[in-house]
Structure formats: structure tokens, C-alpha cells
Design a protein around this ligand. Structure first.
Ligand code: SAM
Length: 294
């Protein structure tokens, strides 16, 4: 089977099966072999690796992965693509296609079944309509994942990589950076896909931390605090936290915690680093417990 990573072969196979790309599934197929090579080399895959591919589509990236990795498990939601994949991947015996929704599949089970529970690598040209939920699920699910190398919208990649003070910095940056080190590997033009999407893309690599960069007594509380801090970006942190219904933190408690940390009470959430949010969450959790016991 010829490589699919060009416009001619992609159109040919789509025509052969009478397949029309589905917008609802974010189907934009890669037609640029150079971009694929960059993704594969950035993901640092070898024959000892088991790769989880999300959304193989017609198998364009899967072919490259199959040649580089020991095993590829590709999860595709659209059953109409199964006969296409059967043909385009017929010469590889190390690929397993799972016809499932990646948001429902048990990723830990995939690692256990296909890699003896050892850490797997995720590589994908992600369907853009579910980029953030997919990434958060991969990070939060607790499955052994060594790295995630994915093509996503350029703007979302910038948000994931951003640090304090940048306009792109927010709850997503902090969630990603709590679990992994984020690095944009390359930018990709909309012309590298068929059909052409309305946005430009970037390839980002998230390498899981061996040890979390901060230790907090209650992760959920820290992330609730982070979300509340960025809900009203223009407000000071004290006002955002004091107005957040679910948190039950008064403005006075928020101000006192900031002062204790040597931060001005007028500071905005966008100025705080992950370790500062961790420190703040620990202080406020202590204050809440202390206040409740009276
Ligand atoms: N990997 C192919 C490529 O690079 O040409 C296709 C990438 S295309 C952007 C996204 C793929 O994800 C499509 O094949 C689509 O059907 C699939 N997909 C969409 N939603 C999905 C989901 N929830 N679970 C699994 N696959 C999904």
C-alpha cells in the first residue's frame, strides 16, 4: 500500500470508498509527509514503544507509526472508516484498531492489555472539536502515559504552553503544566490538510512529570481555585475568589492569604505561577478548616 500522506493518494482512497469527511468528527486528513515526519521524530518512538493513536482516520499517520513503533493501538469513533483502514493498514501486523470514542475508552486497560501496564506514548492529529477534553482526560485519568504528542489548534497550543503574565495564560495552562512539561514542536499551515480546516495548527509535546512540580493536600480544591481566579480575568484575585459561590472563601480570607505570601492584594490570577496557586490553595484550605471548626 502506498503512503497516504499526499493529496493525490488521500483523494483516491476517499473516492474509492465514496467517503466524505465528516465535520462533526473533525475529519481533516493530513496530506503532508514532512509534517508527519516531524511529529514522529518529535514523539521519539522506537520499537519498544506502544503508541496510542487517537483518530487514525484513513490511516495516514498510522502507517508511519506502525513502521516506527512496536505496537500501535488506534481508537477511531467512525465505523465507516473501518473498511478503509483494513485496506490501508493491511501490510502491518502490529496495529490494532479499536472502534470507540476516546472519551469513553479505558486507557489504563489499553496499557495493560497491549504493553503489560508499562507507560505508553500518545500520538495524534486530534479532532479539534474535542481537543481540550481529550487532553485533560489523558492527563487526569491516571493511566501510565509517558508523553502526548499531538496536532491541535495553534491558539490552544499557545494556551497550554503559556506562563504567568501572558495573555494566553489560564486554567488550561496550569492544568497541563501540573501534569506535564509542554513544548510546541512546530507550527502547521491549514494547507497541510484535506479538507482544509479554518484554523492553523501546532504540534505540541507534553512529557509527563516523573514527580509533580508542586505538592498540594487537595488537587480538586487547587483547581477549583484556579478556575475561579480566571473566570473573571479583569478582576483582582481577591474579588474573583470572594465572588465564587462554590468556594466559600471571603475576600478577607483571600487578602490575608495573599499578604502572608508576600503578594499584593490587588494582584490578578494571571500573575500567579503554579507554585503560587499551590501555596495559596494550601493556606486557604487551612483557613477554611480552621474557620469551620469554630
Ligand atoms: N489521523 C488522521 C490524519 O492525521 O489524517 C485523521 C485525523 S482527523 C483530524 C481526526 C480523527 O479523529 C478522525 O478520523 C475522526 O473520525 C476521529 N475522531 C473524532 N472524534 C473521535 C472520538 N471521540 N474518538 C475517537 N476518534 C475520534
Amino acid at each position: 500500500m502506498a503512503y497516504l500522506a499526499n493529496s493525490h493518494s488521500t483523494r483516491e482512497i476517499l473516492d474509492k470508498y465514496g467517503f466524505t469527511a465528516q465535520k462533526k468528527y473533525g475529519q481533516n486528513f493530513l496530506i503532508d509527509g514532512n509534517v508527519l515526519e516531524k511529529i514522529i521524530s518529535g514523539a521519539e518512538i522506537g520499537k519498544d514503544d506502544c503508541v496510542l493513536e487517537i483518530g487514525p482516520g484513513i490511516g495516514t499517520m498510522t502507517q508511519y507509526l506502525a513502521e516506527t513503533a512496536g505496537r500501535v493501538v488506534a481508537v477511531e469513533i467512525d465505523r465507516h472508516l473501518l473498511p478503509v483502514l483494513e485496506e490501508t493498514l493491511s501490510s502491518y501486523d502490529n496495529v490494532v484498531i479499536v472502534n470507540e470514542d476516546i472519551l469513553k475508552v479505558d486507557i489504563g486497560q489499553i496499557a495493560r492489555e497491549y504493553h503489560g501496564g508499562k507507560p505508553i506514548k500518545v500520538v495524534a492529529n486530534l479532532p479539534y472539536y474535542i481537543t481540550t477534553p481529550v487532553i485533560l482526560r489523558l492527563l487526569e485519568c491516571g493511566a501510565p502515559i509517558e508523553s502526548i504528542t499531538v496536532m491541535i489548534q495553534k491558539e490552544v497550543a499557545s494556551r497550554m504552553e503559556a506562563g504567568p503574565g501572558s495573555k494566553d495564560y489560564g486554567a488550561l495552562s496550569l492544568a497541563v503544566q501540573y501534569y506535564a512539561e509542554a513544548k510546541i514542536l512546530t507550527y502547521v499551515s491549514a494547507n497541510s490538510f484535506f479538507p482544509r480546516p479554518g484554523v492553523d495548527s501546532a504540534v505540541i509535546k507534553l512529557t509527563s512529570h516523573r514527580k509533580k512540580p508542586v505538592e498540594v493536600p487537595d488537587e480538586k480544591f487547587m483547581f477549583a481555585l484556579i478556575r475561579a481566579s480566571f473566570n473573571q480575568r479583569r478582576k483582582t484575585l481577591v474579588n474573583s475568589l470572594g465572588n465564587a459561590a462554590g468556594l466559600q472563601i471571603s475576600k478577607e480570607q483571600a487578602s490575608a492569604a495573599l499578604l502572608e505570601m508576600g503578594l499584593p492584594v490587588t494582584v490578578r490570577g494571571e500573575a500567579l505561577s503554579l507554585s503560587e496557586f499551590a501555596g495559596l490553595s494550601e493556606r486557604l484550605l487551612f483557613t477554611k478548616k480552621f474557620t469551620k471548626s469554630f
